[in-house]
Design a protein around this ligand. Structure first.
Ligand code: BT5
Length: 248
């Protein structure tokens, strides 16, 4: 069924029953000069993850891509991904889910005590700009909402499985409100992120183009990069990459 919106948040809604990828639609709108539009779909037939991975997005999830034109430098862009992850985790927690954040772009539900987790949501942030300024930036948010995790990839969970179905219209409204709150107060992002992070204190392995780093995740920087203390007591800061929690 179509979702009807009566939004108070400062975004207009571009709703689709079915679309290839909300990020592709958002990129089109961004390239046409639009801003503050949230592209929302009931189903995506070609949902995308990072690095050309597929994102499973059947009808019943929350699939949202937000067109923004922030006055930031590209180096600050990871903060927007963190802001989106804080927004998702906050709203999932309101729905009764023990949502935590796994650096850099996942919202997960812990399983047991040793850093294991199931993935509830992911973020794909895309942008265009020059070295000193961002032209547009689109955080693409995928939350497994009213779905059975049985039908999703291995390791996934859903709001339905954790806490029961939600009103997706309300969920999206709250998501946009929280995202707006953090994007307009970027200094609040990292402190809120620290409170919700599952990754801090974990032994991690991060794969990045410059090679892998293994050690303890001890903090994030002001711009959202992960600080890792390696086994030879070196501090390495990684701004992007795939992060795996290792067993202690
Ligand atoms: C992500 O990539 O986690 C980013 C996902 C972003 C999806 C949103 S939906 C709205 C917007 N429009 C889009 O087209 N995309 C965005 P990554 O960290 O690369 O993780 C991808 C991996 O997660 C896949 O290789 C699968 O293993 C797994 N996966 C795929 N679909 C999943 C799902 N629904 N739930 C949990 N895990 C999933």
């Amino acid at each position: 069924p179509a979702i009807e919106f009566e939004l108070e948040a400062p975004f207009s809604i571009d709703y689709h029953d079915s679309v290839g990828s909300t990020n592709d639609r958002a990129r089109e709108l961004a390239n046409d000069g639009e801003t503050d539009v949230a592209v929302v779909a009931n189903e995506q037939t070609g949902g995308r993850g990072r690095l050309e991975r597929e994102w499973s997005a059947p009808a019943g999830g929350v699939w949202v891509s937000i067109v923004t034109r922030p006055t930031i430098t590209p180096a600050q862009a990871p903060l927007y991904t963190l802001a989106a992850s804080v927004a998702i985790a906050t709203v999932a927690r309101e729905a009764g889910v023990d949502a935590r954040i796994k650096w850099p772009n996942d919202v997960v539900v812990p399983v047991g005590e040793d850093g294991d987790y199931r993935k509830l949501a992911g973020i794909l942030t895309e942008m265009e700009g020059q070295t000193d300024r961002v032209d547009w930036l689109v955080p693409g948010i995928g939350v497994n909402a009213n779905l059975d995790s049985d039908g999703l990839p291995e390791g996934a969970t859903s709001i339905r499985d954790e806490a029961g179905d939600v009103d997706r219209r309300h969920f999206v409204q709250r998501l946009l409100e929280e995202f707006d709150r953090y994007r307009t107060d970027l200094e609040a992002v990292v402190p809120a992120w620290r409170e919700l992070a599952l990754t801090l204190g974990q032994r991690v392995r991060v794969e990045r183009s410059a090679g892998e780093v293994v050690g303890e995740a001890i903090d994030v920087t002001d711009s959202g990069a992960l600080v890792i203390e390696t086994d030879d007591d070196e501090r390495v800061t990684v701004s992007a990459g795939d992060c795996e929690h290792l067993r202690p």
